[in-house]
Design a protein around this ligand. Structure first.
Ligand code: PEP
Ligand code: MN
Length: 338
C-alpha cells in the first residue's frame, strides 16, 4: 500500500500514521519528498487489513493499493494458460477455437435436435440452450425447466456435443449440473455470490458472463469465487456492456480479451449474440473476437429466428451459421489457432 500524507504534516501526526500502519501488520517505509511525505506500507494486502481506514486520519491524503485484489484467477498465480477439458474430449483454452452454438432458449425437441445436428455438422462442439431463462419481464417465456435440460441431454447423446446451459438459483445447481457439461452464469447473476459458490461446488466447469455494467476487476473478483471454492475450471465470457449506444443491444468489449489474457490464465469466451442484439453483426464480431485472442465463441442459432421464443433478432439461422463458420476459418488460421 502507498499512503500519501497531506503537505506540511507535523512529525507527531506522521508518527501516529506509522504507528497505525504497524498495528495493522505492515512495515512502514518513509519517503520524504520536497512537498510531502509518502509511506510505503510493506505486507501482503490480500492477507492483512486493507489500510483503507487510514483515510479517516485527517493527515492522510490517500491510500493506494499496489497489489491486485484477485489472486487465484491471476496470471501471477498460474503463468501458463489454463485449459478445461470436457467429457466429449473438447478442450477450451487450447489450440482450437471452440464453437458453442445453439438456440437462446430450448423450445421443443424438434427445434433443439434440428439445431444441434446442424451446428455439429458445421463444426460446433458444444451445444448451448437455455432451459431456465432470466427474462427481463415476468410475462415472457421463462424456459422449459427440467424438461429443457432433458432435451439437451438427449441432443448430447445424439450428436456428441457437450452441453452448456444457464442456472438461475442455488437450488437449481445440483439439478442443472446433472445434465450440463458447463454451467452458465448469466450477466444478470454475475455478482450473485451465493450462486457462484453453489455453481463452483458442483465441480462442473463454469462460464461466467460479464455483468451488464461490470468493471473488469469486479468480473475477475467474481471469478475468484469459483476458484476459491476449489473449482479450477472457470472461463470468462464477454457479452457486451450497457452504454449510451443504441445501434447494438450491448457494446461488445473486445478490448476485454487482451486485458483478461494479461491479468488471468482462465480461457476467454465471446458471446457476440447478446453483444450485437442483431444477427447481421454476429459474423463480423466473431472474426474480430478470434483475431483478438478469444478461446471460444458462444453463438445463438435457431432454425427459424423469426419465430424464436426469445432473442429472435440476434439468432442466426442454420444456413447463416454454416456460412459464418466458413467465413471464420481464415481468421482462425490467421490467429494461429485451429
Ligand atoms: C443468454 O445467453 O441467452 C443470456 C441470457 O445471456 P446474458 O446473461 O449474457 O444476457
Ligand atoms: Mn439469449
Amino acid at each position: 500500500m502507498i499512503v500519501v500524507l497531506k503537505p506540511k504534516i507535523s512529525r507527531k501526526d506522521e508518527l501516529a500514521v506509522l504507528k497505525e500502519i504497524k498495528r495493522l501488520g505492515y512495515k512502514p517505509h518513509v519517503m520524504r519528498g520536497v512537498a510531502r511525505t509518502v509511506i510505503g506500507a510493506i505486507g501482503d494486502e490480500r492477507k492483512n487489513h486493507t489500510l483503507e481506514t487510514l483515510t479517516t486520519f485527517p493527515q492522510v491524503e490517500s491510500v493506494m493499493p499496489v497489489q491486485k485484489r484477485f489472486k487465484l484467477v491471476s496470471r501471477e498465480a498460474h503463468p501458463s494458460n489454463s485449459t478445461i477439458k470436457l467429457p466429449n474430449g473438447v478442450v477450451i483454452g487450447g489450440d482450437k477455437v471452440v464453437i458453442m452454438a445453439g438456440p437462446c432458449s430450448v423450445e421443443s425437441e424438434k427445434q433443439l435436435l434440428t439445431t444441434a445436428h446442424a451446428v455439429a455438422k458445421a463444426g460446433a462442439t458444444v451445444l448451448r440452450g437455455g432451459a431456465f431463462k432470466p427474462r427481463t419481464s415476468p410475462y415472457e417465456f421463462q424456459g422449459l425447466g427440467e424438461k429443457g435440460l432433458k432435451l439437451l441431454a438427449k441432443a448430447r447423446k445424439e450428436t456428441g456435443l457437450a452441453v452448456i446451459t444457464e442456472l438461475l438459483s442455488e437450488q437449481q445447481a445440483e439439478m442443472v449440473a446433472e445434465y450440463a457439461d458447463i454451467l452458465q452464469i448469466g450477466a444478470r447473476n454475475a455478482q450473485n455470490f451465493q450462486l457462484l459458490i453453489a455453481a463452483a461446488k458442483t465441480g462442473k466447469p463454469v462460464l461466467l458472463k460479464r455483468g451488464l455494467s461490470m468493471k473488469i476487476e469486479e468480473w475477475l473478483l467474481a471469478g475468484e469465487y469459483i476458484l476459491a471454492n476449489e473449482n479450477p475450471n472457470l472461463m470468462f465470457c464477454e457479452r457486451g456492456v450497457r452504454t449510451f449506444e443504441t445501434y447494438t443491444r450491448n457494446m461488445l468489449d473486445l478490448g476485454a480479451i487482451p486485458i483478461l489474457k494479461k491479468e488471468s490464465h482462465c480461457p476467454v469466451v465471446i458471446d457476440p449474440s447478446q453483444g450485437a442484439g442483431r444477427a447481421d453483426l454476429v459474423t463480423a464480431m466473431c472474426k474480430g473476437s478470434v483475431a483478438m485472442g478469444a478461446d471460444a465463441l458462444l453463438i445463438e442459432v435457431h432454425p427459424n429466428p423469426a419465430e424464436a421464443w426469445s432473442d429472435g433478432a440476434q439468432q442466426v439461422s442454420l444456413e447463416g451459421f454454416a456460412k459464418l463458420m466458413d467465413e471464420l476459418k481464415p481468421f482462425i488460421a490467421a490467429a494461429g489457432r485451429s
